[in-house]
Design a binder for this molecule. Structure first.
Ligand SMILES: [Zn+2]
Ligand SMILES: [Zn+2]
Length: 233
């Protein structure tokens, strides 16, 4: 069936308000609330989302940039992408991300432009194979691939999840750290072509324990800089 027939039979509806015409209407896009940018270690305000000098650690994240607060229309968009598999939303969300990123405190984006992308790679937080199979795809890989194309950067499935972990959703800070510890390892794709600078991609930053653990693995494998980029926080 051609697209216009599909559009008539199954009209696209906004994931925020239900209005027909697109998956994410302009009003709901405007409703996305910007997050204050914070240091990924202490989660206090930080210019551009850069890690405070006193919070820097050898294997720690260098910064964190998130599109918006995990609520309302942005939360429904992420959930519909993840659980309903509306992949068009990944493209829409990445367009918004790049637009807002360029507009608000684009510290790391400026750095990438200055480096002309050389040495930078996009790496997603992986799902355990069982979860990726049951869902059919990994939302972080999908947004990571789209982001790498739009910014003209390399993309690499640089991390592997080597054991199953319980969902982080119901766990508290310390339990989350224990739950995720040892869950990842570096992949052969990364070892074959390591890049010094990484944009580490995930959909949501909650306590940051998953992204911190992934950063630790990447830096131990030789990454010099790792920035966490998420759709929401
Ligand atoms: Zn809407
Ligand atoms: Zn800090």
């Amino acid at each position: 069936m051609t697209n216009w027939i599909l559009d008539i039979l199954f009209p696209k509806k906004c994931v925020g308000c239900g209005k027909e015409g697109s998956y994410f209407c302009q009003n709901c896009i405007r409703d996305i609330k910007q997050t204050d940018l914070v240091c990924p270690r202490c989660e206090r305000l930080a210019v551009g989302g850069q890690t405070h000098p006193v919070c820097r650690r050898k294997y720690g994240l260098d910064g964190l940039w998130s599109l918006g607060i995990y609520q309302d229309s942005l939360r429904s968009a992420i959930q519909q992408l993840k659980y309903k598999g509306i992949k068009d939303l990944a493209e829409i969300l990445m367009d918004i991300t790049i637009e807002y990123w360029a507009k608000y405190q684009p510290f790391v984006l400026d750095q990438i432009k200055k480096d002309q992308g050389v040495g930078w790679v996009v790496i997603p937080v992986p799902l355990y194979w069982w979860r990726a199979n049951s869902r059919g795809f990994n939302q972080s890989s999908l947004i990571g691939q789209i982001l790498s194309k739009k910014l003209g950067l390399g993309y690499c499935d640089g991390l592997k999840r080597i054991r199953y972990t319980r969902s982080q959703a119901k766990l508290k800070g310390k339990q989350r750290k224990q739950n995720i510890s040892g869950a990842f390892e570096i992949s052969s794709d990364y070892t074959l072509s390591p890049k010094p600078y990484t944009l580490l991609i995930d959909d949501v930053w909650t306590t940051g324990s998953t992204l911190r653990e992934c950063c630790w693995i990447l830096k131990r494998a030789g990454a010099k800089k790792v920035w966490a980029i998420t759709l929401a926080r």
